[in-house]
Design a protein around this ligand. Structure first.
Ligand code: UT7
Length: 328
């Protein structure tokens, strides 16, 4: 057996400065701070400036992860960017980052798995590294959901925020690194969470713009039920594959969609609050970037460090789900 595995060499994140509070939403739609806090746990979220784009935050998060990993951008072999809000349909946001970050030797591609995108991307990165095809891969998850949020729809607009998170994946000693992954999809539930227009099925037209079809649509309750089940099942499977028990978890990093979904996962694994990363109160649901942002904050805040066992778990449009067990 090889004496190394793929693992995380460094983490980074980037968030816009501009804050949108629940009080701001009380002025925009028929809602209240009390409803938003009790139903979702969100108090505020960040939104990018109109002139900014996803790659601006992907770049910053990527630079910070490279700095912490002490990896030169020129030594990257591949950049994977998980996003459902790319700067444009193509070129990929990963290619825009590749140029601006100075990763002269790296290949680049985007990957689309909605809020689960980061877990799909790190899993792919680990496979690239363990196959020997790449030595160092930059994984960036970045989304500006404000760009596809309908700020007249109170059922969705209060939930989402903008941000980016990144990790550098490379070789680590075999008792560290990624110990297991679990990825899954149930496309029959795709209509619970989707963006109707702007693709080949319904290209942009006056009709699609007038019908507000370039904004995200969601069946909240159906997504909620799916999320609670999918997160528990996926985390159970990844623990079993890694050969870890619940007591081995030093930190659970769940996708940040709703504090009630996070609480359900915490109770299911019987974890104390200090073993669960929560950022939803500050940033809302930042889609693919929520897990790497929470992981980066935990690392920078000293909540986890070398040798600690982290389980990341998420769900999202597709419908998709995923989990990863990693020893830092
Ligand atoms: O990243 C993955 C994406 N999304 C998710 O994970 C979301 C999963 N779902 C959820 O988090 C929850 O379902 C929501 C937070 C979206 C909604 O919470 P809920 O407890 O499921 O509420 P509901 O949809 O059952 O709505 C209850 C009531 C409704 O009013 P009526 O019909 O009972 O009179 C809604 O119209 O709350 C109303 N409502 C609101 N009221 C004030 C919905 N949104 C709002 C709002 N402010 N922002």
């Amino acid at each position: 057996m090889a004496n190394w595995k793929a693992g995380i060499l460094g983490t980074g994140s980037a968030l816009p400065d501009q804050v949108l509070t629940n009080a701001d939403f009380e002025r925009m739609v028929d809602t209240s701070d009390e409803w938003i806090v009790t139903r979702t746990g969100i108090r505020e979220r960040r939104v990018a400036k109109p002139e900014e784009a996803t790659s601006d935050y992907a770049l910053l998060a990527g630079q910070r992860a490279l700095e912490r990993a002490a990896v030169d951008p020129a030594d990257l072999d591949l950049i994977l960017c998980a996003t459902v809000t790319p700067d444009m349909m193509f070129p990929s946001t990963a290619s825009l980052v590749q140029d601006r970050i100075g990763a002269k030797r790296a290949g680049a591609m985007d990957l689309s798995a909605a809020c689960t995108g980061f877990l799909y991307a790190v899993s792919a990165a680990a496979a690239f590294v363990e196959s020997g095809q790449c030595r160092r891969v930059l994984v960036v998850a970045a989304d500006l959901l404000s760009r596809i949020t309908d700020y007249t729809d109170r059922k969705t607009c209060v939930l989402f925020g903008d941000g980016a998170g990144a990790v550098v994946v490379g070789e680590v000693p075999a008792d560290h690194g990624f110990q297991a992954f679990d990825l899954g999809s149930d496309g029959s539930g795709g209509h619970y969470l989707y963006l109707p227009a702007g693709g080949s099925r319904q290209p942009a037209s006056e009709h699609s713009v007038g019908g507000r079809m370039h904004f995200l649509k969601m069946e909240g309750q159906e997504t909620f039920k799916f999320a609670v089940k999918a997160m528990a099942a996926s985390a159970e499977r990844v623990l079993a594959t890694a050969g870890w028990g619940r007591d081995d978890i030093d930190l659970l990093v769940p996708h940040q969609a709703n504090i009630r979904i996070i609480e359900a996962a915490r109770k299911r694994f019987d974890l104390p609050a200090e073993k669960v990363a929560v950022t939803i109160d500050k940033y809302g649901n930042t889609s693919a970037s929520s897990i790497p942002i929470a992981l980066d904050e935990a690392v920078r805040g000293g909540r986890v460090g070398p040798g600690d066992r982290v389980v990341m778990v998420g769900f999202g449009g597709g419908l998709t789900w995923g989990a990863a067990a990693v020893r830092l």
